[in-house]
Design a protein around this ligand. Structure first.
Ligand SMILES: Nc1ncnc2c1ncn2[C@@H]1O[C@H](COP(=O)(O)OP(=O)(O)O)[C@@H](O)[C@H]1O
Ligand SMILES: [Mg+2]
Length: 282
């Protein structure tokens, strides 16, 4: 059984988080290797991992995804999830989402009261995300982005409590980790050029967070006419709203970091098993 983990030229062997997962696959005798996206690839399963440079080469990335029949998550899921306006679709179906408006290039948004965030609809690693209070500054950022963007009120709970990432494998909850606040005033700077460095640790989610994450996966699966178990991996990032209840910030079905370094070996084994099951079905 051959499994390829898709990376990018700048991080050809991943970012170091997946060592325990790779070791678990190897223990089970799987031929597992890293390969930057864009090249021809043949494997029982090609798992999108650290493909984090795609926002700059989006058409090329999607064209490559189209040529990989054994892609996980599958192309249909990637196409839907790569554009953060899915947040509006989820909100319309009753999911508690951070209030989100989509702004077309050149359009003037209705600015939220107080602090707010402007970020491209297609983006990863906090790149292009800015935190503003002044409309002129935010307008300049929108113009500099030059693409469709999201405007959201800044959730100030993030400064104190950060966000919680709940990880699911084949639709089943696995583990969680915590991410500190990413945005100072103005625009987030990525030293690596790929992602803004994150402060991470393991965490136990609250029952309400788990409940929201489960709802998010159910609604997303329904929107895509899939079963939850069809999502090989999913990460649901939640923050605390003003009244303390959890809100969805991001549903990551494309190339989420899965936080293997922040959890137990069992999580790596669980993912290894679902990867092998998916590879044997393909
Ligand atoms: N509305 C918001 N309120 C508070 N913080 C935010 C908000 N939107 C984004 N952030 C911060 O910016 C980071 C990146 O934004 P996110 O929507 O997760 O995009 P991505 O991780 O895909 O770049 C988040 O981890 C969070 O720290
Ligand atoms: Mg994020």
């Amino acid at each position: 059984m051959k499994v390829v983990l898709a990376s990018c030229d700048r991080l050809p062997s991943g970012d170091g988080d997946e060592e325990s997962f790779v070791a678990a696959l190897e223990r089970d005798g799987v031929d597992v290797s890293w390969q930057p996206w864009g090249l021809e690839v043949e494997a029982d399963l090609v798992v999108l991992r650290t493909t984090w440079d795609y926002p700059d080469r989006l058409d090329e990335f999607l064209a490559w995804c189209e040529k990989v029949p054994t892609l996980a998550n599958p192309l249909r899921v990637v196409r839907w999830n790569i554009d953060k306006s899915y947040l509006v679709e989820l909100a319309e179906r009753g999911v508690a989402v951070v209030p989100t408006a989509v702004v077309e290039p050149g359009a003037e948004p209705v600015w939220p009261e107080g602090e707010f965030v402007v970020k491209p609809v297609i983006g990863a690693g906090s790149r292009g995300a800015g935190r503003f209070t002044g409309h002129a500054e935010a307008r300049a950022h929108l113009a500099a982005l030059g693409v469709r963007a999201l405007v959201q009120p800044y959730q100030s709970s993030v400064d104190a409590h950060g966000e919680t990432a709940l990880v699911f494998f084949a639709g089943e909850y696995s583990h969680s980790f915590h991410k500190g606040p990413m945005l100072a005033q103005g625009l987030a700077e990525a030293e690596s050029g790929l992602y803004v460095e994150e402060k991470l640790r393991g965490i136990e989610p609250t029952p309400r967070q788990v409940e929201l994450a489960n709802q998010v996966l159910d609604v997303a699966a329904e929107l895509l006419s899939l079963q939850r178990s069809d999502f090989l991996y999913a990460r649901v990032d939640v923050v605390e709203g003003a009244d303390g209840s959890p809100l969805l910030l991001e549903l990551e079905l494309t190339e989420p970091s899965l936080g293997f370094k922040l959890t137990t070996e069992e999580a790596a084994s669980r993912f290894s098993k679902v990867v092998q099951a998916a590879a044997s079905r393909s």
